[in-house]
Design a protein around this ligand. Structure first.
Ligand SMILES: [Zn+2]
Length: 431
């Protein structure tokens, strides 16, 4: 059945007007929200000059050991000056001019890292968004949500950064069976008539186009069934290379990339050859596909956290699947890294439980990456995938003022990344 007989998305003009009003409202509320966030937080020893009011987004972090993931450089007794949410200067104390009257966060005895990037997370509620920040993910890429919640989370992050990670939104999943997601937008409802689901070129294009009209930054699709449902076979393929190429082409027409849920070697190969931007999960990705990924610069987001989580499942089918897949996936991660395939850390958190992105770094390390290379998968590497080079992943001048204070040396033990003592988001202490 053709779905092109129905009119194209029509409500954008109205929606744009509403969004403009919302932005104005956010502007009037932002100052109050930031002042609260800056005024009631707990810090090691936050202080500011008597008689002055801390200004939102202005913060000096001083005294800790600063790691630059890009260079591997370590600066002891460091100072990071954040102005209006952006790093103005960073370096050894004495070499950096420290402004007066600005709140100071004492980092003595701590390691200072840039906020981490979770390149695959499902943020469907305000509580999940806040939790992600508290657990160290100050930037993230959505792996889709059922009703466009991620588009709103992205806006929440823009006016209240302490409440949500800076988000690259994916909108709704491009998948054969949309289920209740046909109700996510009136322009998706015609797809409910399709007996075979979203499979024809017209239907695939429609889901992509509705996503883009709603403001999605990337498109999420799949080539295989799910690993997290015992009744599904994650090696069964749901879309062909041609169908994936249709999705990629529709996204590219608007300059957007595609992330693709994949498990089987053939599925991974078809997805990469169709031109996806990043391969998600990818447990059984083979050498020929990894070589192709290296050639094309396709990213690999293995979501080791999710597969390790399966192994802990109370369902015997899922537990067995997790125990079987995890070592296979770790070998694929190491092979990819040794070949020069870019890796991005992602937890695949969803359903109310947010896993710390630092745990994914720890798992990358356990797969054979050095601690620094593992940290890069959640900083400079993932930032590049999200188009955030120059914004996230480092704490040098011009980067966003997102930082973690850690209780120990992450180069000696990446597990400390799971337990940030303090999280700073755009110059505001968020946790
Ligand atoms: Zn996912």
């Amino acid at each position: 059945m053709c779905v092109e007989g129905t009119p194209p998305p029509s409500s954008k003009l109205t929606r744009r007007g509403i969004l403009a009003g919302a932005a104005a409202l956010a502007g009037t509320l932002a100052a109050a929200g930031h002042a609260t966030a800056a005024g009631d937080h707990r810090t090691d020893s936050g202080r500011h000059s008597p008689g002055t009011t801390p200004r939102a987004g202005h913060l000096v972090i001083e005294g800790g050991t600063l790691l630059d993931p890009a260079t591997g450089g370590v600066t002891e007794n460091a100072v990071v000056v954040i102005e209006d949410g952006t790093v103005g200067a960073a370096g050894r104390r004495g070499a950096v001019a420290v402004p007066q009257g600005v709140e100071v966060l004492d980092a003595h005895g701590r390691w200072i890292l840039p906020g981490l990037v979770d390149a695959h997370i499902h943020l469907s509620t305000a509580a999940e968004a806040r939790d992600a920040v508290r657990k160290g993910a100050t930037s993230a890429r959505s792996g889709s949500t059922s009703f466009y919640q991620d588009i709103a989370v992205r806006e929440l992050a823009r006016h209240s950064p302490a409440l949500a990670p800076r988000l690259t939104a994916a909108g709704v999943f491009v998948t054969p069976d949309l289920g209740d997601t046909v109700l996510a937008d009136p322009d998706l409802t015609p797809l409910a008539r399709l007996k075979d689901g979203v499979r024809s070129p017209e239907a695939l294009r429609r889901v992509v186009e509705v996503n883009l009209a709603r403001g999605a930054d990337v498109i999420k699709t799949r080539v295989n069934e799910r690993a997290g449902l015992p009744e599904q076979d994650p090696l069964a393929q749901v879309y062909s290379r041609d169908q994936l190429a249709e999705i990629v082409a529709a996204a590219r027409r608007r300059g957007k990339g595609v992330l693709c849920h994949s498990y089987s070697e053939q599925g991974c190969h078809d997805a990469v050859m169709a031109g996806i931007r990043s391969l998600e999960h990818g447990a059984f990705v083979g050498e020929r596909t990894l070589h192709e990924m290296r050639r094309r610069g396709t990213y690999f987001t293995p979501t080791l956290t999710a597969i390790a989580g399966l192994a802990e499942s109370s369902d015997p089918v899922l537990a067995e699947r997790g125990r079987t897949y995890l070592p296979v996936l770790k070998r694929a991660v190491l092979a990819a890294h040794e070949l020069g395939v870019p890796l991005a850390a992602g937890t695949d958190s969803s359903g109310g439980v947010v896993d710390p992105i630092g745990g994914e770094v720890e798992l990358m390390h356990s797969a054979g990456l050095s601690p620094l290379d593992a940290i890069r998968t959640a900083t400079t590497g993932a930032a590049r995938l999200l188009g955030l080079t120059g914004t996230a992943g480092r704490l040098t001048r011009g980067h966003t003022g997102d930082a973690l204070l850690l209780p120990g040396d992450p180069l000696a033990d990446p597990a400390v990344l799971k337990r940030p003592v303090t999280v700073v988001r755009a110059g505001v202490v968020a946790a």
